[in-house]
Design a protein. Structure first.
Length: 307
């Protein structure tokens, strides 16, 4: 099966195609608008389509209920409890920079209001209380073939985590587990609200683990990142979002850079990260490169921390 390659922006920046406000309550109109975008734009991923249609990401999945999607109770700990039995999975985390997607076998452990994912290639912490909506989603498109995922969203409909399962037989065995978590509400619309403050602050946790030591004045982000990643080697790369943080650790063969983004493509990692939201940089106490945006820390890149 081909790996999903969700990206933070469509490559050609197609014009916006706004869904009328009433269409957020009309799942047929929303699905028709989404289908039209998929037919007219190559390699368009759901987050890109949601931005173009000016709807929450979760609204797109909800409009597919009955044609690929099933709403689950928003209990991320229960949903991911058997993840270690699913084989290699792709865990897609996002923040304003884009998506960071470690790929490999993981286990899940819940406690103190968080869910922790752990594998030889990654670890992550997720605020379980921030999950307001969850879906089992089976889809097919020309770019990726069949994809099977479990997706978690906050109250505003923004993605917190998407877990893609590649092993068809193991996914089939997991469907009984998801059947027990099927929500009573299978409406094809979403109600959004401002996310409440959670019990876990991902940015505070990252800063506590590795505080800033010295700001880098007049930092040029693309140059900083290129000089750090171009030679490859062992790295730990942490992405920090509103409700979760995830760190991949391994060996990079290098990075593909363009004028807007940098891309990482390894057997156990896919990342597509934009420079535009990166507003400042600093060296941390461990010597890592930390990059901040409007809401604080976005990325932390440490060399020499691979497996």
């Amino acid at each position: 099966m081909s790996l999903p390659e969700p990206k933070p922006e469509a490559p050609s920046r197609p014009p916006r195609s706004r869904v009328a406000a009433g269409d957020l309550r009309d799942p047929d109109a929303l699905l028709a608008a989404w289908t039209h975008l998929l037919e007219t734009h190559k390699h368009l991923h759901a987050p890109d389509a949601a931005r173009m249609l000016e709807v929450p990401d979760s609204a797109l999945v909800a409009c597919r209920i009955g044609s690929g999607a099933v709403r689950l109770t928003p209990d991320i700990a229960a949903a991911l409890a058997p993840v270690s039995a699913w084989g290699r999975v792709l865990c897609a985390f996002s923040n304003p920079c884009g998506v960071h997607m470690p790929l490999g076998a993981v286990s899940a452990e819940a406690g103190d209001g968080t869910v922790r994912l752990q594998g030889t290639h990654m670890w992550a912490e997720i605020d379980a209380g921030a999950v307001a909506d969850a879906y089992l989603f089976v889809d097919r498109d020309d770019s990726h073939g069949n994809t099977r995922s479990i997706q978690f969203y906050n109250a505003a409909g923004a993605p917190i985590l998407k877990v893609f399962v590649f092993h068809k037989t193991r996914f089939g065995a997991a469907e009984a587990h998801f059947a027990a978590l099927t929500a009573d509400d299978q409406s094809r619309t979403v109600d959004v609200a401002r996310p409440a403050a959670g019990g876990f602050d991902a940015r505070a946790a990252s800063l506590a683990e590795d505080p800033v030591a010295a700001p880098l004045e007049e930092a040029h982000m693309a140059s900083l990142i290129a000089s750090l990643l171009e030679t490859g080697g062992g790295f730990q790369i942490e992405l920090v979002g509103d409700h979760a943080r995830v760190a991949w650790r391994g060996t990079l063969s290098g990075a593909r850079m363009d004028e807007r983004m940098f891309h990482l493509h390894e057997t156990d990692l896919r990342s597509h990260l934009r420079y535009a939201p990166m507003l400042s940089a600093a060296r941390t106490q461990t010597g890592a490169l930390a990059i901040d945006g409007e809401t604080g820390r976005l990325l932390r890149i440490a060399k020499g921390h691979g497996r």
